[in-house]
Design a protein. Sequence first.
Length: 107
Amino acid sequence: MINSIYLREDKFKEYNTIDDDRTIRNLSKINIFIGSNNSGKSRCLRTIFSDNELRYNSDTLDITVLNSIIDEFKQELKEGLDGLVEGAFIVKRFIEDFKALDFCIQH
């Protein structure tokens, strides 16, 4: 969820904010803009929605980033397990060869 939105000066110079940093804070799932008719509520929202360089803070993780991390982990795990299985076969073959050699020496 988006927690705050920074209002760029070049796009929002006609609006006043409580803080000097031009940030709308404490956003929730539902937000209400209050003001008299023709005070600029709709214009402000249209500007926010059309701003391609909008800066905001969010408490959610981008799912594509999360999926990328999971895919990378799965690949590393697969490679590690493949190496472990290959190593186990080598050890098993070594033990079998050693037993065969030991059998030959004893007989």
